[in-house]
Write a protein that binds this ligand. Structure first.
Ligand SMILES: C[S@@+](CC[C@H](N)C(=O)[O-])C[C@H]1O[C@@H](n2cnc3c(N)ncnc32)[C@H](O)[C@@H]1O
Length: 280
């Protein structure tokens, strides 16, 4: 395994614009971020003071939902949409500890994620990193390398961890998830978390902050909107809710936080809402 050698400019990264992937990396104590990302996080904390904890809880949940799909459901194929920087407990690390033959397709459209992902995965012939826009699911479902790796006759776990809020309504996020659901056989799993608030002012403050920092972002949605993504799936216990509470008895590795994070005394009314479902 080797780190990517190319600098950000040679990867086509505009260092004057924050990226969701790199902001999230910063929230999780990572080093693959730039001044513009850190400044955007500082502004984001004004809207949602405990956003660091929200992000960290999500990444802890990602480990648990992948463990659940592999260990409880016996699933050996994963499609991870909007992978993020693969530095901390990625999907294949968790799943291949349970079944070494697990195959994973990572799909993201951030150049830094793609460069790091490809470097990390070059020695793992059961994983691929695809440059794909999740708003165009057929670019994943029909990619030749995906068809080589994934058997769509066998159950697959589709993971949308903290990504669908990146899609605005004009990108038809429900159609996107439905297209993926329709491509998967019965018994497949959907693991999905999404920024949620029932407090309209809090939802708008976070959405506005993200839209000011990044050129293309969706919005925080409420729980009735997020439940719709699970149409066609039987939701597993304990149901849909704050993923921080979901199956806490599943083991997960503790993750760090940004060194400059100061936890507020009260939690904001924003959470990652979601859970898991099994396709009927
Ligand atoms: C908040 S991070 C979540 C990372 C990871 N899924 C997790 O839960 O730890 C969101 C990721 O979605 C990716 N992303 C955003 N919009 C995307 C799109 N339209 N297509 C593919 N990836 C996208 C970003 O680049 C980023 O890596």
């Amino acid at each position: 395994m080797s780190a990517p050698q190319d600098g950000p400019e040679s990867l086509g990264v505009d260092l004057s614009i924050a990226s969701v992937a790199r902001m999230y990396d910063y929230l999780l104590g990572g080093k693959d971020n730039y001044a513009v990302d850190r400044e955007a996080v500082v502004k984001l904390r004004l809207a949602t003071p405990d956003i660091d904890d929200v992000a960290r809880r999500n990444r802890m949940w990602l480990q648990r939902v992948v463990y659940f799909a592999a260990a409880e459901l016996g699933i050996r194929q994963f499609l991870d949409f909007g992978t993020g920087l693969p530095t901390q407990r990625t999907v294949h690390e968790v799943a291949q500890e349970i079944h070494p033959d697990v195959r994973v397709v990572y799909a993201d459209n951030d150049p830094i994620v793609l460069a790091h992902g490809r470097a990390l995965l070059e020695d793992n012939d059961r994983t691929i990193m695809l440059d794909a826009d999740m708003a165009q699911p057929d670019t994943v479902l029909r990619a030749p390398e995906v068809l080589d790796l994934i058997d769509f006759g066998e159950p697959v776990a589709a993971i949308y961890a903290s990504v669908l809020h990146c899609l605005p309504d004009e990108a038809h996020p429900y159609e996107v998830v439905k297209r993926v659901r329709d491509a998967l056989p019965s018994g497949s799993c959907l693991g999905l978390s999404h920024l949620e608030s029932e407090d309209q002012a809090a939802a708008e403050a976070l959405t506005e902050s993200m839209r000011k920092s990044t050129p293309y972002w969706g919005r925080v949605r409420d729980r009735s909107e997020i439940r719709r993504f699970f149409d066609g799936f039987d939701v597993v216990e304990p149901g849909l809710g704050d993923i921080a509470e979901w199956w806490l008895d599943i083991p997960a590795v503790e993750l760090p936080l940004a060194s400059d994070y100061v936890r507020p005394s009260t939690a904001s009314p924003v959470i990652e809402f979601g859970g898991a479902g099994i396709k009927r």
